[in-house]
Design a protein. Sequence first.
Length: 277
Amino acid sequence: MIKIPFHPMIFETDFIGLSWHGFFSVIGVIAAIYIVIRQSRKDGIDDDIIFNVASWGVIGGIIGARLVHIIDNLDYYIDNPMNFLYIWRGGIGLWGGILGGTLAGIIYAKYLELDNNLIGRLMDFAAPALLAAQAIGRIGDIINGEHCSRATDFFFGWYFTNPDSPGMSCIRNSESWSNGHFPGGTDITTAVHPAALYEFIWDIIGLIILVLFRNKFKPNGSLFFIYLAWYSLGRFLIQWVRLDRVYFWGLQEAHFIAIICFIVSITFLSIKTRPSN
């Protein structure tokens, strides 16, 4: 079993703080923008277009990520409305970041009157950049102890020893955090599935696939939908070891979003996508 001893916050005051998750999320966003800029320059696309679209994409991603998290934990935020704003303490939903950022970027690109072909090209540039950013962000999740997960006896299971770690909270506060999977008296060193690590590995494999498939399909935008299908499949599978809020049929919020995104992606790829040559 693997012991994770880290405090989830790099620093924190009464008004603001920075978690490891937040730190690596920022690094991931910077890396993603850098990757897109490098690719766009090869196509002769003006840097200002990339920075403007990316800026609105980041804003939309932050808003979307926070909203998805709040919706999934609505009872808590109704009782603690001021915590709506405390994003630096953690609490974002990756699906909201992906979809909110994509939607905001497309809307702003339309505002700039970019043609659909160029927008599709930018989406293709963003696809591997997003997976790279997600993988980097998951490093912060690993350090923080994010995402309540099911117990496991496998050798790669991990447990969290810092009393402020969200991972320890899953066991200490079983009723509110783990859907009863860790009843009172459960040993706090109980090992759980490293869900964040699973997703990190899935993202890296997906990144390799996207690099190999780059410029292999038409129309523009196809690589983005390959990315979306890949991530949707992986997130749907990995979500089964996570212990987020269950709605019905044993499905969690991320399951429903993954199903919708997978269907949309496969539909586009089946109808529109063809080999470039």
